[in-house]
Design a binder for this molecule. Structure first.
Ligand code: TRP
Length: 447
């Protein structure tokens, strides 16, 4: 079978594009805010290194050696029980589920790009009204932008790895780095910066509980795009003789760098203008627009740049969430790329509409099941259950099922003596961390 190959830079940018997403700019700052700042950041960084990085290499390796979609790759490289292991490849479905709410949120961002032209809200309460009206009442606006997101994402995936995904990332990622970097440099000049620094890097352990640990592991997975075969699928298109260790290091560094830099930048702006750091999911849609308004003309420009960067981050991640199942349909059933992209696109588009409606006053009751509405359920089931489970499966597969010699022959030349450290953390530390997370979840579910 023929799979188009990325260029080396193309792969790094595409993998970084997948990793750097709404998770970094939208989710990381607000969960840091909710979990008290510094201590949480520290736990998160340790998790990224000990668990995220090891699994990133494992996931890359499966695709790199398997050279096909997730299902095909597991099947090809499993030393035994191939028929069973191939089902692990269906973790790619989690990507489509994530897309169900991801596409809706990208839609909100498009709407906010327009809002920066029509006028930012002049106070936090006005910003709150603006956001809540969109979320709870304005079905047509959300539907319109969700449709735009669906069309854009699907048409890029239709153009394939080279012409679609690689080109998109080569173009959007450098712009994203420039915008976030530029705004960060400005934040450095403000007094609020030292407060933001203290908030993010001075740990207050009293704010940390076991839930924070679970959130940190879950987020480490989400932000690095692990546990569902996105990185796996991209790695199937790596050029021959690639250095997986170096690629993984760069991707993890870029992803973590962007999260920290955007966190510092956002908190600087928030502290400078006296807004709340723990504002929850509405942080970038409520507190931030009000802060940008306070900043005057420059703020308006920043708001535009910020939402453009956020949209770019979202789009480059979205294509990686859809691609695994598209690749599966193409590989397995010889489906045309167009048909595969469109059918997977329609899946997240239609369920996305349900997710969007579940936030509205009109339909929320019908679409709330137990403690959460449909939108929140999808978020919870994917980020807290499917991704850690996918990661656990990959850690066990590469760490305990695959032949060690095979891993060594690919990785030892690049890892040197650190190979053993990686192998140990993949075999023991990562699975135990993931297992604890899942145990904790069962506890949460029983409550
Ligand atoms: N990493 C992205 C973010 O931080 C989201 C994402 C893209 C993702 N592809 C993924 C998450 C694959 C898990 C698995 O927003």
């Amino acid at each position: 079978m023929k799979i188009a190959r990325f260029s080396r830079v193309g792969f790094i940018l595409a993998a970084a594009g997948s990793a750097v997403g709404l998770g970094n700019i939208w989710k990381f700052p607000y969960i840091t805010g909710e979990n008290g700042g510094g201590a949480f950041v520290l736990v998160y960084l340790v998790t990224v290194l000990m668990v995220g990085f090891s699994i990133m290499i494992a996931e890359m390796l499966i695709g790199y050696l398997g050279r096909r979609d997730g299902v095909g790759s597991f099947e090809a490289i499993a030393p035994r029980n191939k028929d069973l292991w191939k089902y692990a490849g269906f973790m790619g479905l989690a990507g489509l589920f994530i897309m169900v709410f991801y596409s809706v949120v990208i839609g909100w961002i498009f709407h906010y790009i327009v809002v920066t032209f029509t006028g930012l809200p002049s106070s936090v309460s006005e910003a709150e009204t603006l956001f809540n009206t969109m979320l709870k009442e304005d079905i047509s606006t959300q539907l319109f932008y969700h449709t735009v997101a669906f069309l854009l994402i699907t048409s890029i995936v239709t153009r394939g790895i080279k012409g679609g995904i690689e080109r998109l990332n080569l173009f959007l990622m450098p712009i994203l780095f420039l915008i976030v970097g530029g705004m960060f440099l400005y934040a450095l000049t403000l007094d609020g910066f030292s407060q933001a620094w203290a908030f993010m890097f001075e740990p207050d352990w009293s704010k940390l509980d076991s839930d924070s640990f679970v959130t940190a592991v879950g987020h480490a997975f989400f932000t690095l795009s692990l546990g569902m075969g996105a990185i796996l699928t991209y790695s199937a298109s790596l050029p021959k003789n690639s250095d997986l260790v170096k690629s993984a290091l760069i991707v993890v560094a870029l992803d973590t760098g962007i999260a920290l830099v955007s966190g510092l930048m956002l908190f600087t702006f928030l502290f400078q203008y006296g807004a709340e750091p723990s504002a929850g999911p509405g942080l970038v849609f409520i507190s931030l627009p009000a802060v940008f308004y306070e900043m005057g003309a420059l703020g308006n420009f920043f708001a535009l740049m910020f939402f453009i960067a956020l949209a770019f981050a979202g789009l480059t991640s979205a294509v990686s969430l859809v691609e695994p199942m598209v690749q599966y349909l193409i590989d397995r059933f010889n489906m045309s790329r167009f048909k595969a992209s469109l059918s997977m696109g329609l899946f997240f588009y239609l369920f996305g509409i349900v997710a969007l409606l579940s936030n509205t006053t009109e339909f929320s009751e019908a679409l709330t099941f137990g403690s959460k509405n449909f939108f929140d359920w999808v978020d919870f089931l994917t980020a807290s259950i499917m991704l850690p489970l996918g990661g656990l499966i990959m850690a066990i597969f590469v760490g305990h099922v695959m032949e060690k010699e095979r891993l060594e022959s690919v990785l030892r030349p690049h890892f040197g003596p650190f190979f053993d450290l990686w192998y140990f953390s993949l075999r023991y530390i990562a699975p135990i961390a993931l297992f604890v997370v899942m145990l904790n979840l069962i506890g949460v579910l029983e409550l």
